[in-house]
Design a binder for this molecule. Structure first.
Ligand code: CTP
Length: 413
């Protein structure tokens, strides 16, 4: 998510450096905007070194080719001001736009969080209280100051909240607003999802399978249902069926192919998160094999390639790829070979990523050349990032304008 971190001129500006670092660490794109007074407390170079963008010069300088005074606010998913001085709150409440920070606050439609910091006398002044009440009425979130040591050795209320408190508030607001934006965006859509590792029988007792847990596919199915889609989940995993999802249990690649083909006929979206076994015994024995069987293997049907060959107009196809080397390069070629719209690739050799982890880090490649990096996080968050890309495709948009970073994420299949 794109966050503008506004910093106004108070001693707590030094704590904003930590807020900046933590938001960047959480995977967000942070642009710091400093007032003239803030620059007297902490140099722009400090923020430029830690943030995703250098500190923009000011209201008169273009930023990333856009007009800075409106461009930053328009592009932001959230604006947080820490510290927010009495002067900044007054200018914001009055609707002034006399510097880049106040202009950004006026131009944005994104949620705004302010973190006041000032001396106790100022904090208790009715002018400040009224300005805050005005801003609250307009929907601005306030992270109140705490009591403790203030500049000049004074004690009292007015000390800016700690960076951890501010970051938690920002992440909570972002979560709530992205949930809001996603709610119902797939309503009326039919989505088919496959999950789990297929099991290919050797005999009635033994199977060939893989390490896939099915958690990522189940998370995609659940997220799609939460976003209003009518979902069919074809799963080879023993995980419980997500609520509100029509779940079909299968075991082998052949069973999965039959179930997927039937469900995909009138689907708007098919997400192949399953780790389909690439090969199977040519003939399974009816009876338990005693001793070491001599296995003759054959390839399984490529379900995804079959779907791509028969796809109906407008249908969005999503493949998954677990790679161990040159993940993005190989995946780019796989995307073309399989004829899919989106390919979700994870490098299962990376730390914290892979079948045996509960976290995942993926890159979503689009057939339009778009590329979205989803940093390490929960499978549900990866699922929502995948569905964001799907929803953009259904709307006729591109995967991503350029290389993009999303918020948190999920694991491997
Ligand atoms: N897949 C499929 N049918 C198969 C094998 C794979 O539909 N028989 C789907 C998977 O569900 C996944 C995608 O294809 O969405 C990529 O799977 P992968 O096994 O990585 O692709 P392969 O074509 O087997 O490529 P590789 O050369 O890496 O083995």
């Amino acid at each position: 998510m794109r966050i503008v971190l506004g910093v106004s001129g108070g001693i707590a500006a030094y704590k904003a450096v930590e807020v900046c670092r933590r938001l960047v660490d959480a995977g967000h794109h942070v642009t710091p905007v400093l007032t003239e007074a803030a620059r007297r407390f902490v140099g722009a170079a400090t923020f430029s070194a830690l943030a995703s963008d250098p500190v923009p010069e000011g209201i008169w300088e273009p930023f990333e080719g856009r007009i800075a005074h409106t461009g930053l606010g328009r592009a932001a998913d959230l604006v947080v001001v820490a510290p927010a001085t009495a002067d900044l709150l007054a200018r914001y409440a009055a609707g002034m736009a006399d510097d880049l920070l106040t202009a950004t606050l006026l131009a944005t439609g994104a949620p705004v969080v302010v973190c006041p910091a000032m001396h106790t006398e100022m904090w208790e002044h009715p002018a400040v209280a009224e300005n805050l009440a005005t801003l609250r009425r307009r929907g601005v979130r306030v992270v109140p100051p705490e009591s403790g040591r203030l500049a000049g050795g004074d004690e009292g209320t007015g000390r800016m909240a700690e960076p951890g408190t501010i970051v938690a508030a920002v992440l909570a607001v972002l979560d709530a607003s992205s949930g809001e934006a996603r709610r119902g965006d797939l309503s009326g859509r039919r989505v088919v999802v496959s999950a789990g590792g297929t099991r290919e029988a050797i005999d009635p007792v033994r199977v060939i399978t893989n390490r896939s847990s099915g958690k990522q596919g189940h998370a995609v199915a659940e997220a799609a249902a939460d976003r209003g889609a009518k979902v069919t989940l074809v799963t080879a995993s023993a995980l419980p069926a997500p609520s509100g999802v029509d779940t079909v249990r299968v075991e082998s690649a052949a069973e999965m192919e039959a179930a997927i083909d039937a469900a995909a006929r009138d689907a708007d979206v098919v997400v192949m998160a399953a780790a389909v076994a690439d090969f199977r015994p040519k003939a399974a024995s009816d009876q338990k094999v005693h001793g070491v069987p001599e296995l003759v293997l054959e390839p399984t049907p490529d379900i995804l390639a079959g779907l791509a060959a028969r796809r109906r107009p407008g249908q969005v196809l999503v493949g998954f790829a677990a790679e161990t080397e040159d993940a993005v390069g190989r995946a780019g070629r796989k995307l073309e070979r399989k004829g899919v719209d989106l390919l979700v690739v994870n490098d299962v050799s990376a730390p914290g990523v892979g079948f045996e982890h509960d976290t995942n880090e993926v890159t979503i490649l689009g057939s339009d050349g778009g590329r979205i990096n989803v940093p390490l996080g929960s499978k549900r968050l990866v699922a929502d990032a995948v569905l964001d890309a799907v929803a953009a495709r259904l709307r006729g948009g591109s995967t991503a304008g350029a290389d993009t970073e999303t918020g948190d994420t999920g694991e491997s299949r």
